[in-house]
Design a protein around this ligand. Structure first.
Ligand SMILES: [Zn+2]
Length: 190
């Protein structure tokens, strides 16, 4: 899984519940186990309440940094009133990344040179958190961060990467829903 996909997978565990509210896929240990099972790159850390708390704390940090990255546009409304301070978010992210060793340069024969980090954390939980932190760090410090957007459609709480500057919604169905909502708004105001 790429850095963006892994970061998106983490932040998207907070999602629209299909009924106008917000659901959290990681609000139980079972939910964490399901999410880990769906992301084979994340290793074999057993799902526990302690790990759930650590992952959701890291997620809060990443979502808060995403909220900063989309400024001056609005962040995802799922946690817009529940964001943590940028310095605290950075400290939390960097603490999770401490399970990575120093960078080494890799240059595959058929590819471009790239930095690689060994996972030096001694526990499976530490390696999981370091992997998530590396993905978010690489994404936030990389060129794609300028394309990060929070979908402004009614009820949608997703972050997405803009494919072109005119893309306003995370997916076409969100655009349709927004147009319908505007239509009703106009007619109500007539
Ligand atoms: Zn959307």
């Amino acid at each position: 899984m790429g850095y963006w996909d892994l970061s998106l997978s983490l932040v998207s565990t907070i999602r629209h519940d299909g009924d106008g509210g917000v659901a959290d896929d990681l609000d139980t240990v079972e939910g964490l186990a399901d999410w880990l099972a769906a992301a084979p790159d994340l290793g074999v850390a057993p799902a526990t309440e302690d790990l759930r708390l650590r992952v959701t704390e890291l997620r809060a940090a990443v979502r808060s940094l995403f909220a900063r990255a989309v400024r001056p546009l609005e962040p995802s409304r799922a946690d817009a009133h529940n964001l943590i301070d940028v310095e605290a978010a950075l400290a939390r992210l960097n603490a999770a990344a401490s399970g990575l060793g120093p960078p080494t340069l890799q240059w595959p024969p058929d590819g471009a040179p790239r930095l690689s980090y060994q996972l030096t954390a001694t526990t499976a939980e530490g390696r999981l958190l370091a992997t998530l932190a590396e993905a978010a760090t690489r994404f936030l410090a990389g060129p794609d961060v300028t394309r990060l957007r929070a979908c402004p459609a009614p009820r949608c709480v997703r972050y997405f990467l803009q494919d072109d500057p005119r893309q306003a919604w995370c997916k076409p169905s969100c655009g349709n829903r927004a147009r319908v909502a505007r239509h009703y708004q106009r007619h109500r105001n007539m």
